[in-house]
Design a binder for this molecule. Sequence first.
Ligand SMILES: [Cu+2]
Length: 385
Amino acid sequence: MHGPLALPLSLLLVVPLFLSSANAHGIVQSITINGRYHAGNQPNQGFRAPGPSVIRQVQDTNPVKGSYNPAIICGTNAGRATQVAEAYPGEEVLFNWGTWPHNTGPIITYMASCGQTGCDQFNAANARWFKIAQVGKKQGSYDWHQNDLRSGAPGRAVIPRNLAPGNYLIRHEIIALHLASTVGGAEFYPSCSQLRVGGQGTGYPAENELVSFPGAYYDEHPGLVVPGVFEVGFQYQFPGPAIAQLGGSGPAPAPAPQQPSPTTQQAKPTPKPEEPYIPPINAAPIPSASPSPSPVKNAPISPAPPASTPTAPRRCKKRNSKRSIKFVTVKAEAEQAQPTPHYVEPIAISKRGVEVVDVPAPAGIAVAKRHHSRVMKRLAAAHSH
Ligand SMILES: [Cu+2]
């Protein structure tokens, strides 16, 4: 088609592609424990059987919404994984997210004892979790540690140096807060991996360091509803308990039977939903951690380079003036390895709507500063699941 309609029509065709690409978010694709690499599975999408892994497979890359959603435990329809990874106190675990689109919100890691049961047989709904690591905003910066993941840096947590040996789940979680100006807007991206911790530690979590999921969070928590998150000087308050000191004594509280018979018995009846049972595919239940030939392929160990995209909120000063309509031409991100799932990321949201966008999109797109808020609201609506 030629003539005046051609250009508008082509723009209309571009927009749906733009929006549909917002469906991919992210999962933990692999973990690396002190250099030992463990691949995860792709999301099962409701049908794909998990291959051997220590990482519990999730259904899709979408966020979990709602603190009371059972999917907040280990991710949507996360079944048991077939393998268990060796780990030792003091070892660092890297959680490799691969392509990650978001830049605002904390990264939090918990562990939970599986008791006498190998974590490949453990129902995570019965887990009692203690927090081992959390990062939020960088010191004296607008930037969040989460932003580093966008350029490939992994999430990190160290197995507590005094942790008693045993079977443990490790639950690593990103909470994305870019849409969390209202209750329920926070996006949870939990991931659980199955560990067997060795060593001679003697530390157990104290009773007041243990939480359940769901239960550890509530949607109105000031760390999950953050209308001021893009304001200068915003102080973040983490949800959940403090990081555990592991000063407790005695065996780690575990709801699993103390003397399990060969046939796995059901633990106490619980109102929590049973996770789907995934029959083990691999006959060998607890393979030792085998170093991969290329252990840290996707996991840069050195600190990630400084983020190239400044995220300091810029403000429209003349919000109410017609003359304040300006066009911002998007800068390309040359180091973007793969197409970014989200072309548009709101980095300043107020009651007036989205004010500024950070757009790792193809160069040359012009965004009207004042009027893009309507576009952004549509994008945000398309983004929120
Ligand atoms: Cu997302």
